[in-house]
Design a protein around this ligand. Structure first.
Ligand code: TXA
Ligand code: MG
Length: 327
């Protein structure tokens, strides 16, 4: 069970912030209040810490996560703000708007936090406890909603404890989430700002700042589809990928797993071993960089089988989608 701090008790607030910040810095998980919903927080710059988020949530796939920052300056170190993003941050930060922006190549964010995407979702929360924690931690904080996969978002510390108590080092209880609804997610892009997820900030308020309507979700707005590339929330290599390969064919690269390489590996165009030790968590942390490296080698990829246990389920989900025929 985690250390639980009542953040509405002045005597517990300081110790709670210090314990939670220290837990984040050492790669442990923290139950973090925000004004929208409670978050399952980890150091976004640590692949191992972010892998622990996915393991705790029992998510069968790697959805990219929102990275929480204490200031606009911290956000600008991680992503590139165009004029629309700057205007939206000026109007709604701190607050419940998440901006999906091009990630700076040098940004200290683990690949697994953005699921390998060239973009990053950023939010500067308004809740005073969240802001104090982000300041004190000094690291960018990845945090999905603090519920197990398939459950509703947690708006009370008791929900977080029920769903994820065993996985947490520290839980900061700040009472009920004031808004109780997730942040609104938008992505400024070349043809205007697109609404990716409705949430606590209404569409009309965003449109008022922009001086014009937002692009819709594809389902809501089928008559005017936005560029699918902009909405693509999943990285996929451009070269074909062959699942469950027990041999490497001539001209193929190898995505390996474990100590024993299959026949033909010696002649592979390129090899990335996700985990020579056969550890699925290590494999999850390396997955996106490995796919990118093999993608740039240009040859079709033979992917060895990966056990479905633990984070292996999410790895297999990603590989299946990378292998699926694309238009
Ligand atoms: O209010 C909130 O937003 C809460 C609190 C904790 O901040 N967080 C939250 O996170 O709801 P989560 O992981 O449950 O939802 C994040 C959403 C996902 O649907 C994900 O696909 C999307 O954000 N997302 C994250 N990064 C993205 C990216 N680079 N491109 C597109 N979508 C992204
Ligand atoms: Mg969620």
């Amino acid at each position: 069970m985690p250390l639980v701090f009542d953040m509405n008790d002045p005597a517990r607030r300081g110790p709670g912030l210090r314990e939670a910040a220290a837990a984040l810095r050492r790669g442990a998980l923290v139950g973090m209040p925000t004004e929208t919903v409670y978050g399952l927080a980890a150091d976004a710059s640590s692949g191992a810490a972010v892998a622990a988020i996915y393991a705790a949530k029992g998510r069968p796939r790697f959805n990219p996560l929102i990275v929480h920052v204490p200031s606009l300056a911290a956000a600008q170190e991680l992503a590139v703000f165009d004029a629309a993003a700057t205007a939206l941050a000026g109007a709604f930060w701190p607050g419940s708007l998440t901006l999906v922006l091009p990630r700076r190549p040098e940004a200290a964010i683990a690949d697994i936090a953005t699921a390998g995407l060239p973009t990053v979702a950023l939010r500067l929360p308004a809740h005073p406890v969240t802001r104090a924690l982000l300041e004190e931690a000094g690291v960018p904080v990845a945090a999905p909603s603090a519920n197990r996969s398939g459950h509703v978002s947690a708006t009370l510390a008791a929900h977080v404890l029920d769903d994820l108590g065993d996985a947490l080092a520290v839980l900061l209880d700040a009472g009920p989430s004031p808004l109780g609804l997730e942040s609104t997610i938008v992505a400024p892009g070349p043809s205007g700002v697109v609404l990716l997820r409705p949430g606590a900030v209404p569409r009309q308020a965003i449109a008022a700042v922009l001086g014009g309507p937002l692009g819709g979700l594809p389902a809501e707005d089928a008559a005017a589809p936005v560029s699918p590339g902009m909405l693509a929330s999943h990285y996929a290599p451009s070269v074909p990928l062959r699942l469950g390969s027990d041999a490497v064919r001539p001209g193929e690269s190898l995505l390996a797993f474990g100590p024993d390489l299959p026949p033909g590996a010696a002649k592979a165009v390129a090899i990335e071993n996700l985990s020579p030790a056969g550890d699925v968590t290590e494999a999850a942390i390396r997955l996106f960089a490995a796919l990118r490296n093999l993608d740039s080698a240009g040859a079709p990829i033979a992917a060895m089988p990966i056990p479905a246990e633990g984070l292996g389920e999410a790895i297999n989900d990603r590989l299946r989608r990378a292998a699926a025929p694309r238009s």
